[in-house]
Write a protein that binds this ligand. Structure first.
Ligand code: SAH
Ligand code: SF4
Ligand code: F3S
Length: 462
């Protein structure tokens, strides 16, 4: 991110010293996007990002409530921050303002205020555009809790149009919230109802990013393929139509989107994967379980057969598409047989990557009060077995790239020499020697070697 407040050589009154802003981000890509936008909102107030919380003037924890561990981490982090805040004041370094943002702030804001008096501000995911105002209020008294009782459009409308950009790829939130109410999940409660940004706003933000050198957009939403934003001439646009319009913007060569729900995978989106070159052949399509019984208890509203059929149709449209997913093991009532169904589904589909989670009961969700919780040691054994299978599939997928030529978007320098690291169309990290002059460009690379988490390649002619 560019530091616009860095001292310059020009004459005139010296710029005030930048105030140091430290943001720690937990959870999903939506939170990563929100953290970037918080920095954008605070930049005009003289806040510049820093890499450590020590000595920072403003510390924001952008939190995640999805599993118990994620939520509990926040309290231990706050304990450490409290000491830093005291140290800073004792050393005459002035105040350190502490804010808790994100999904834990939304779900248990009052508890945060009660458990950790060092916290000055609690702000939910739909209200962080109010941070400047909250900061002036905390200068007088300890801030009150601001929740998500706002429509997301207020937040987007209130934010500066200009975004800080960090490299040739960018996240772009197009949809927020979830109406699906899977029985294990807190997201519908922390992020509110499904809502799509209007097409014009999305296109304007994308044009601004392209003008700053962004080549690849990842469209974000808790249910991004349910996108139904209002078009510029009226009428509602689907995600497929939005992707086609974004691909027309000069400079935007790659489009990805995440996360999708199987029930919103419409025919026109599948068609877009067939026709639209800019739409990358990688799809994160969580299924959570391979057992129809468990899928029903999870309130997923689709069965195993429907998911398999859907993946088949997507592969017909785009045969090389890489599929990734999310799985939960140890959901209440999951038997060995149900778990076997998950393993067999994974074998049938063949994943390029996947996230695996042990079920974590979340307060207020229906699954938390189901009477048939799986013992943790059983869930852990299943987690290991599933992970072993996924690791094997991921390695096989990466190894199979050897000998191919893939277009790589170079994102950043590597660790040694003139190495550069980029991404393949399938989202794999690709390491290439003598390529540091190509950052920001899409270049064909001969893949020499596939490993567990990355590929090695060389430039054509090298
Ligand atoms: N909207 C997305 C992602 C939601 S959260 C979707 O529907 O796919 C990301 C993942 O966290 C979920 O896909 C699920 O696998 C996992 N997850 C959600 N709640 C969980 C819980 N209570 N315990 C364990 N994993 C959970
Ligand atoms: Fe959670 Fe289900 Fe909504 Fe995904 S679709 S955010 S898992 S409730
Ligand atoms: Fe976590 Fe909230 Fe994202 S609960 S996964 S940060 S939507």
């Amino acid at each position: 991110m560019t530091d616009i407040l860095a001292p310059t050589e020009v004459d005139g009154p010296a710029a005030p010293p930048a105030k140091r802003l430290f943001i720690k981000t937990y959870g999903c890509q939506m939170n990563v996007y929100d953290s970037e936008r918080m920095a954008d909102v605070l930049r005009p107030l003289g806040y510049a990002p820093t890499d450590t919380p020590e000595g920072a003037d403003f510390v924001i924890l952008n939190t995640c409530h999805i599993r118990e561990k994620a939520a509990e981490k926040v309290y231990s982090e706050l304990g450490k921050l409290r000491l830093m805040k005291l140290d800073k004041a004792a050393a005459g370094g002035g105040a350190m303002t502490i804010a808790v943002a994100g999904c834990v702030a939304q779900a248990e804001g009052e508890e945060i205020m009660r458990r950790q008096p060092a916290v000055d501000i609690v702000v939910g995911p739909q209200a962080y555009h109010q941070l400047p105002e909250l900061l002036t209020r905390t200068a007088r008294a300890r801030g009150e809790r601001i929740g998500a009782d706002f429509a997301p459009n207020e937040k987007f409308d209130a934010m500066p149009a200009m975004r800080g950009v960090d490299g040739p790829t960018a996240f772009l939130t197009v949809q927020e919230g979830c109406d699906k109410f899977c029985s294990f999940c807190v997201v519908p409660y922390t992020r509110g109802a499904e809502w799509s940004r209007p097409v014009g706003d999305v296109l304007a933000e994308a044009r601004g990013l392209a003008a700053q050198g962004v080549r690849e957009l990842t469209l974000l939403g808790q249910n991004v393929n349910a996108y139904d934003g209002l078009g510029e001439g009226g009428g509602v646009w689907t995600l497929a139509r939005l992707a086609r319009a974004l691909a027309e913007i000069p400079g935007i060569d790659r489009i990805r989107y995440t996360t999708s729900h199987p029930n919103d995978m419409s025919d026109d989106l599948i068609e877009a994967h067939r026709e639209l070159d800019a739409l990358m052949p990688y799809l994160h399509l969580p299924v959570q379980s391979g057992s129809d019984r468990i899928l029903r208890a999870m309130n997923r509203k689709h069965g195993r057969g429907k998911y398999i059929d859907l993946i088949g149709r997507i592969r017909d449209a785009r045969p090389d598409i890489a599929i990734s997913g999310d799985f939960i093991v140890g959901f209440p009532g999951e038997t060995e047989r149900d778990f076997e169904d998950t393993l067999s589904l994974v074998r049938d589909i063949g994943y390029a990557s996947a996230f695996t989670f042990m079920y974590s009961p979340r307060p207020g969700t229906p699954a938390a009060s189901m009477g048939t919780q799986v013992p943790p040691e059983v869930a852990l054994a299943r987690l290991h077995a599933l992970q072993a299978l996924i690791v094997k599939q991921q390695l096989a997928f990466n190894v199979a790239q050897a000998g191919k030529t893939l277009n790589v978007l170079f994102e950043k320098p590597g660790r040694n020499g003139r190495q550069a690291i980029g991404r393949s169309p399938y989202l794999q990290s690709v390491h290439v020697e003598d390529a540091d002059h190509l950052i920001g460009q899409i270049v064909p690379v001969r893949i020499e070697h596939g490993q567990q988490n990355s590929l090695k390649g060389r430039l054509l002619g090298a």
